[in-house]
Design a binder for this molecule. Structure first.
Ligand code: ASP
Ligand code: MG
Length: 449
């Protein structure tokens, strides 16, 4: 069970997490926690500033971090002894942070290694408090320092996991506790290298920790607890009646994420994908919600639309190559230059003597490259939004395609692209029509319910 930063941001959020862990203790969970939301950012700023300023100036910010955590203890923990002991632990960690800040300030140098040492306090603090709160509520919990299990290389700030060693250590350090039905509380995001030096897995790395631990322990399930009701059928800021997708496949997640939807990044759950361990996305603030179960293959067999996503700020570039000399060869030549220029390409096609390129998020240098590459050619640029329609067997179902076509005709579609499987379709529409088109296609999902 992994809980993200917003799930542990303060005492009342942690209280929710406590209830959830308590109600699921029969599942014999390993609990992986993020830092309280905002703390990782604060620690990064702190340690980077320390390399430019005298340490004394930084003490106010360290104190603010300390107070934030001591306040949670004050609100959350009842028993005097546990409260006292936990506060002392927090103060000790803050003392270590002070030493680190003083060291970096003295050297006037913040290395990636120092950065990892500093940010690790975020997860260490949140998990220390949460574990004490568990004991306070009479849960049979135990604190596990993730650095004793998660072994990585020394690529500080984005370390790679050594799966073999991590599996060995998990067998040695986690199984015995788990067999005693202890609730294990540990940190996401952090690990240690061969020399025991603290490393981190890259921003947002706690999901990855959960997937790695789930994979090496071969758990029944990996739960990602966050602040939304699972994976939604659309961005609720654009489509107010977006619904939770109850279950979907790893492939669908990959496809949605490829088009820019804010879902679990497929790379973060890769260890789970490889071992075919189901991943469930749940809402800490609405645990009664079923969330989304992500599995190797979906149960949905008949064709249907599952999610829509709007990719704004794209352009359609169309170029006409004169028929006079070898238009195909010229077209390929132009496309190869476009690829080499580093422009963010969504798709390309050549039809007869015309080239069509869809480009994501163009900036000044994109326009300059286009100007240079296409000097002397006749070309047109249209600003568009891309409507990414993802589902199951979409392109194999003429009925769905017909419905989508009829709906989108009202929104002046500019081009239609096929996704990288039969499960997605991308339609570009003028920027101003994006939200309307998205809502109209999303209605097909709701009608299907
Ligand atoms: N606390 C880390 C971060 O904010 C890791 C995580 O939350 O997943 O990047
Ligand atoms: Mg975080």
């Amino acid at each position: 069970m992994k809980f993200g930063g917003t799930s542990v941001k303060n005492a009342s959020a942690m209280q929710n997490v406590l209830e959830i862990v308590k109600s699921r203790k029969e599942q014999n969970p390993v609990v992986v926690l993020s830092a309280c939301s905002g703390i990782t950012d604060k620690l990064i700023r702190l340690i980077q500033d320390a390399s430019k300023k005298p340490a004394k100036i930084m003490m106010k910010e360290i104190e603010a971090i300390e107070i934030h955590h001591l306040n949670i203890i004050e609100e959350l923990i009842r028993k005097k002894e546990i409260k006292k002991h936990c506060s002392e632990n927090v103060q000790n960690m803050i003392q270590q942070l002070v030493l680190l800040v003083e060291g970096v300030s003295l050297l006037r140098e913040c290395t990636p290694r120092s950065l990892d040492a500093a940010v690790s306090f975020g997860e260490l603090l949140s998990s220390t408090i949460f574990e004490a709160a568990c004991r306070d509520k009479k849960l049979d919990s135990v604190f596990l320092d993730a650095r004793h299990v998660m072994k990585t290389n020394s690529d500080f700030t984005q370390a790679s996991v050594d799966f073999k060693e991590t599996k060995n250590l998990a067998n040695k350090n986690i199984y015995p506790l788990s067999n005693k039905r202890k609730i294990i509380i540990t940190q996401g995001f952090i690990g240690s290298d061969d020399n025991g030096v603290t490393t981190t897995l890259g921003r947002g790395g706690s999901d990855y920790t959960a997937a790695v631990l789930g994979s090496v322990l071969n758990t029944d399930e990996i739960q990602i607890w966050t602040d939304v009701n699972g994976v939604l059928s659309a961005d609720p800021r654009i489509v107010h009646n977006a619904v939770t997708i109850p279950e979907m496949s790893f492939d669908e997640i990959r496809e949605l994420s490829y088009y820019g939807a804010k879902v679990l990044h497929p790379d973060t759950i890769k260890p789970a994908i490889l071992r075919k361990i189901p991943v469930r996305v749940l809402n800490t603030f609405h645990p009664e919600n079923e969330g989304t179960l992500i599995t190797p293959g979906t149960k949905v067999k008949s064709a249907r639309i599952r999610a829509v996503h709007l990719k704004k700020n794209c352009i359609n570039l169309s170029v006409e190559v004169p028929h006079t000399q070898n238009p195909e060869i010229q077209a390929f030549e132009i496309l190869s230059q476009v690829y080499k220029s580093g422009i963010k390409i969504v798709s390309t096609s050549i039809v007869d003597n015309k080239i069509f390129v869809t480009i994501d998020n163009p900036n000044e240098s994109t326009y300059n490259s286009i100007k240079n590459i296409l000097y002397g050619f006749d070309y047109k640029i249209e600003n568009v939004s891309l409507l990414c329609i993802c589902g199951v067997n979409l392109l194999k179902d003429s009925d769905i395609l017909q419905k989508v076509t009829i709906i989108l005709n009202r929104f002046e579609p500019k081009s239609v692209l096929y996704g990288f499987s039969s499960n997605s379709l991308i339609v570009s529409v003028p920027n101003g029509n994006g939200a309307g088109a998205l809502n109209a296609v999303h209605k097909l999902i709701l009608d299907d319910k």
